[in-house]
Design a protein around this ligand. Structure first.
Ligand code: 3PG
Ligand code: MG
Length: 410
């Protein structure tokens, strides 16, 4: 996807008043494994702007929560109760997706009401991954499309999935981006396609396999001037350059030879671009201890060290664009939040354009009271990673196709 092709319609381009509008949101939230309690309602809250703009419409809200077979695959009853706190319309919930009861309630909607359908993934067709044309022929899409006039995609966090409610519905209905979708794309477009320089990426977290394709992409396309690494991502780069983590940890890091090779190749092709930690923190006798990487790191790494945190903060403060995904350490533990906290504070103070994404780190930024001082905190995890890795997002592509279809028929 290139920035010039980035054209889709928004709620400014259509008249929704009086119409029945299907809004695909992403209310997929972290749940307490025992009580099925919603632990963080940020994604539910973030649907507000779009739903507020649809006050004069009859609104059908669809979302998924978890995947069939997983512990967090639940009904959306609790989500709809929370949603009621964030919108002015009356919210109803139906324990059905495309059956007779759901259809009856959609038909009976009046202006100013919101009907939340149950977990879209209760319908097996939602979990098919296929082309928009094939998904448009599913019973799910056919039934829903016959009852609504307009499709709004506000689920940026699910834009990387080629599923029926993401690509099938916009194939057969007039389709526009919601407020959150437009805001997320605008922030990422600015940071990724039009970065003010220097542009710095700070990538951490536990999954190096998600971050290496991003590093490869942003360095290959010249989008980043520096990449600062933490978490397991840093350990993979350090191991690839010969740092000793002790027998057990070395073995863990060497499990994926492919990943180590990729890290080695990035380091040799883009010399000086990836900044590796000079010190790391481990737990020794119940306490945080910072160890110099050059001397070898014995133990399980839980954070970047103090010296590294200071160095990263300095680079970030001098940047004009900073994008961060994934924590640099175990920020849930007070002794090991230093790296993640320092980086977020430096971003907030940089005065540049700053984007933070990838799930928990966004909630952590809010907890620290820094979210308002960042240019954008994304609600997305995987979708933002796929975007930064240069992948085409099926949900965005569907909106762009709908926009060009609209142009052709005008
Ligand atoms: C996410 O949290 O990544 C989105 O809600 C998509 O969910 P999925 O990974 O189950 O498709
Ligand atoms: Mg996911």
């Amino acid at each position: 996807m290139s920035s010039t092709e980035f054209h889709f319609l928004t709620l400014d381009d259509v008249k929704a008043s009086g119409k029945t509008v299907f809004v695909r949101v992403d209310m997929n939230s972290p749940l307490d494994p025992s009580g099925k309690k919603i632990l963080d309602d940020t994604r539910i809250k973030m649907t507000h702007d779009t739903l507020e703009r649809l006050k004069d419409a009859k609104v059908v809200v669809g979302s998924h929560q978890g995947r069939p077979g997983d512990e967090d695959f639940t009904s959306l009853g609790p989500h709809s109760q929370l949603l009621q706190k964030h919108v002015s319309q009356k919210v109803r919930f139906v324990e059905d997706v495309i059956g007779p009861e759901a259809r009856r309630q959609i038909k009976n909607l009046t202006v100013g009401e919101i009907l939340v359908l149950d977990n879209l993934r209760l319908c097996s067709e939602e979990s098919l991954s296929a082309s928009p044309g094939i998904l448009a022929r599913t019973i799910m899409v056919q039934r829903l499309a016959s009852l609504v006039d307009l499709y709004v995609n506000d689920a940026f966090a699910t834009a990387h999935r080629a599923q029926a409610s993401i690509v099938g519905l916009p194939h057969v209905l007039p389709a526009v981006a919601g407020e959150l979708m437009a805001e997320e794309l605008d922030a990422l477009r600015q940071a990724y396609y039009e970065p003010h320089r220097p542009s710095v990426y700070i990538l951490g977290g536990a999954k190096a396999e998600d971050k290496l394709p991003i590093i490869e992409n942003i360095l290959k396309t010249g989008k980043a001037d520096r990449v600062l690494v933490g978490g397991v991502v840093a350990n993979v780069f350090l191991r690839a350059s010969g740092v000793d983590f002790g027998e057990t940890e070395n073995r863990k890091l060497e499990k994926s030879a492919l990943l180590l090779d990729k890290a080695r190749s990035i380091l040799s092709r883009y010399k000086g671009k990836v900044v590796l930690p000079k010190d790391l923190a481990v737990l020794q006798n119940g306490e945080r201890v910072d160890l110099l990487v050059a001397k070898g790191v014995e133990g399980v790494v839980r954070d970047i060290g103090q010296q590294t945190s200071n160095e990263y903060a300095e680079i970030i403060r001098n940047s004009k664009t900073a994008v961060s995904s994934g924590p640099l350490g175990v920020f849930e533990e007070e002794d090991f939040e230093l790296g993640s906290k320092t980086v977020l504070e430096a971003m907030a103070r940089s005065g540049g354009f700053t984007v933070v994404g990838g799930g928990h780190i966004g909630s952590y930024a809010s907890m620290l009271g820094l979210d308002q001082r960042l240019s954008h905190v994304s609600t997305a995890g995987g979708a933002m990673l796929a975007f930064l890795a240069g992948e085409e997002l099926p949900g965005i592509k569907a909106l762009m196709e709908a926009a060009s279809r609209n142009k052709a028929t005008r």
